[in-house]
Ligand binder design. Structure first.
Ligand code: SME
Length: 164
């Protein structure tokens, strides 16, 4: 969609250009589903090395993570707390960067083309409500720049993605 302006430069510069655009796209929309859908679309559209990006949200009744809006191939619907990269990030309440998914014990393979991964927890009023999962076509794709900007992004958008 033309509303998303092309970003250019280093990864840091791209995140710097993208984040304000995402904030303005979702600021006037009340639907958490629509907002999450546009967030993952904007990220996937911007970063060609992203093979998959999506939300896993905590389901209190089942006590597990359940797939939310995403961009990429079909993925596993539910992930137990503590399992895989997503479940580990949720349990530890911290961002997990995996440079080579083959070396992460218990990694859950959804898409064979995924080589590295970052999972960032989402907090609302000090409570963890889910994670954002990003996979890459390449090994060693994610570093502190992705961690910094994805954490910043989630911190700012959380009020706009809370399911009631
Ligand atoms: N690899 C993740 C599972 C989700 S898919 O990558 C989309 C994990 O190990 O938690």
């Amino acid at each position: 969609m033309e509303i998303l302006k092309h970003t250019a430069g280093t990864k840091e510069e791209q995140y710097e250009q993208l984040l304000p655009q995402i904030f303005s796209i979702i600021e006037d929309e009340a639907s958490p589903i629509a907002n999450m859908a546009n967030v993952v679309a904007a990220l996937k559209q911007t970063f060609s090395f992203y093979s998959w990006v999506g939300f896993y949200l905590y389901d209190k009744i089942a006590n597990e993570l359940v797939l939310g809006p995403f961009q990429g191939k079909i993925a596993c619907t539910r992930i137990a707390v503590g399992k895989g990269v997503c479940g580990s990030s949720y349990q530890k309440k911290e961002t997990v960067i995996v440079p080579d998914v083959n070396n992460f014990p218990g990694h859950i393979f959804c898409d064979g083309s995924s080589k590295s991964e970052i999972v960032v927890p989402i907090f609302h009023k000090d409570e963890i409500i889910g994670v954002l999962d990003v996979d890459s076509y390449d090994f060693d794709s994610f570093n502190d720049t992705d961690k910094k900007y994805l954490e910043l992004l989630l911190h700012h958008i959380t009020p706009k993605i809370i399911l009631t």
